[in-house]
Design a protein around this ligand. Structure first.
Ligand SMILES: *Cc1c(COP(=O)(O)O)cnc(C)c1O
Length: 500
């Protein structure tokens, strides 16, 4: 590395050459030299070329300037405090810092993690993971123009809902279907279309709040509908609905108690009872199913959850549900039901604002198509594969990972392999849990350090693929249900970094 100025350096880089590099400014020289290389020398160093190739000259220069300014500030501060200068400020050391800084700045804030929380459909971790067929369809939709709103048979303009409507009707027995951005949007759009300025009858036991500020009473107000609460928190009877029904009523609505259960002295009115009343008064009956599954989960050994088909068959005129909960697809909200009501919903200008993009449709179609072979579903649909994973299988995995994790964590922690319970998540079957297995980490009794679990959680989060577990009862619980066999190697590979 010669000390000659880089002849290719931009004017901007040259301006910096007046200070450090050896040629100190008068004031600095008086106070004793701050030895930092000039920015142009850093940029023209051969070892900087890969950084410039990856991040571009403009960004690399800017980052180098900021780094030098910070180093200079730190050096001046330590001199002022009478401390010895710290750290290596040679060009190789500065380039190493620059590389780290550029890598960190350019790392996506949206990152993959290991979900070892035991909650399979974890809203904060992005809910359903999609099968490869959906991943490939999305990749293709990203690269190619698509017949999103174009009917290939007729060469005329089409409707994007048509791409998945037939499949949805086949799987639910409904007359018509439409799709929006998420289930909250589906409920909003349905209420605004059917009940703006009119009353919607809902049981007090079903005025739920789903996480993330989705509350039935609030969404009702925003949709311009008037909530007519009936019954009480624990008990609502058919006569409560009957007494509230009148010319001012636009809709009767049932809401799935997704994330809680009312037990004890309770009574709610189920569809077979409510449907005849709604028919008698000619008031449409809507059900917000929340998770909305398309198959009977009991056939896979899971607890029963009312299916969309059962809800339609039970007399619901409209049913809303999420695409990324039990269904196992991309984030979206699906509305199925009576053709005349769906037609009204599709005409609402809000539908345009809430519609889904081509990536969602590309991902949803192959997921729905898997439901045509329900017997093969647990092998194909990622969500169901995870939910039906046998505890014995998860236990084998836990036992294989026990020693590597213990070795990486060292003597400060004790790792054991223990049974635990997973949850489905996203409000599906909140009370039911799935037998699972995993690793439990406790602070070692001897030489206990304070906040050992907090430190451990932080170390796991700092890994290249952050590991997210659950702290309870003075232990960190790592439920291995969602650690797929093909991710296992990546999990063990990075354990070595934990020891550092
Ligand atoms: C989850 C849920 C919603 C909201 O669905 P998103 O797809 O998250 O918008 C609405 N209603 C019920 C009953 C739910 O469980």
């Amino acid at each position: 590395m010669s000390g000659k100025p880089d002849t290719k350096a931009s004017a901007g880089e040259r301006q910096d050459t007046a200070s450090p590099a050896g040629a100190e400014s008068g004031a600095q020289a008086a106070a004793g030299a701050i030895h930092l290389p000039a920015v142009h020398l850093i940029l023209s160093d051969a070892a900087c070329a890969p950084l410039i190739a990856e991040y571009g000259r403009v960004q690399t220069l800017e980052a180098a300037r900021m780094l030098l300014a910070e180093l200079r500030g730190m050096m001046l501060a330590s001199r002022r405090d009478g401390m010895p200068p710290t750290g290596d400020t040679g060009i190789p050391a500065i380039l190493a810092m620059l590389a780290t800084r550029l890598r960190e700045t350019n790392r996506s804030p949206l990152r993959p993690v290991f979900n070892l929380t035991g909650t399979v459909l974890h809203t904060n971790l992005g809910r359903a993971l999609l099968p490869d067929s959906a991943v490939q369809a999305v990749a293709e939709a990203l690269r190619w123009p698509m017949n999103l709103e174009w009917d290939i048979d007729t060469g005329k303009r089409g409707d994007r809902d048509n791409l998945i409507e037939d499949l949805l009707l086949e799987l639910t027995g409904a007359e018509a279907a439409t799709i929006v951005n998420n289930n909250a949007a589906a409920v909003l759009l349905m209420l605004n279309t059917i009940a703006q300025g009119k009353e919607v009858i809902v049981s007090r036991g079903e005025l739920v709040e789903i996480g993330g500020a989705f509350r039935i009473p609030d969404i009702m107000t925003r949709a311009g509908a008037v909530l007519r609460e009936v019954g009480s928190t624990n008990r609502t009877h058919l006569k409560d609905y009957a007494e509230a029904a009148g010319p001012q009523t636009a809709l009767m609505m049932k809401v799935h108690c997704s994330n809680y259960a009312i037990t004890g002295f309770t009574k709610s009115v189920e569809l077979p009872e409510l449907a005849p009343l709604s028919k008698k008064h000619n008031i449409p009956l809507a059900v917000d199913l929340g998770s909305g599954t398309l198959v009977d989960l009991e056939q896979y050994g899971l607890p029963h959850e009312t299916t969309v088909r059962e809800t339609i068959a039970g007399g619901a005129d409209l049913v809303t549900f999420s695409g990324d909960k039990l269904l196992g697809g991309p984030q979206c909200g699906i509305i199925v039901g009576r053709a005349d009501l769906i037609a009204q919903i599709k005409k609402n200008p809000l539908k345009r604002a809430l519609r889904v993009g081509k990536l969602t449709l590309a991902a949803l179609e192959p997921v729905l198509a898997l439901y045509r072979a329900p017997d093969l579903l647990p092998g194909r649909l990622t969500t169901l594969k995870l939910l039906t994973r046998p505890a014995a299988h998860i236990r084998e995995l836990a036992q294989a990972l026990l020693l590597p994790l213990q070795a990486a964590l060292g003597v400060g922690y004790e790792v054991s392999s223990e049974p635990m319970m997973s949850q489905i998540g996203s409000g599906a079957l909140p009370v039911d849990q799935l037998p699972s297995h995993g690793l439990v980490v406790r602070a070692a009794a001897a030489g206990r350090i304070s906040n050992a679990l907090g430190i451990l959680e932080q170390r796991l989060r700092a890994l290249p693929l952050p590991v997210i577990g659950r702290v309870a009862q003075d232990a960190l619980w790592l439920d291995l249900r969602c650690l797929d066999d093909h991710q296992r190697q990546r999990f063990t590979d990075q354990l070595a970094l934990l020891a550092l």
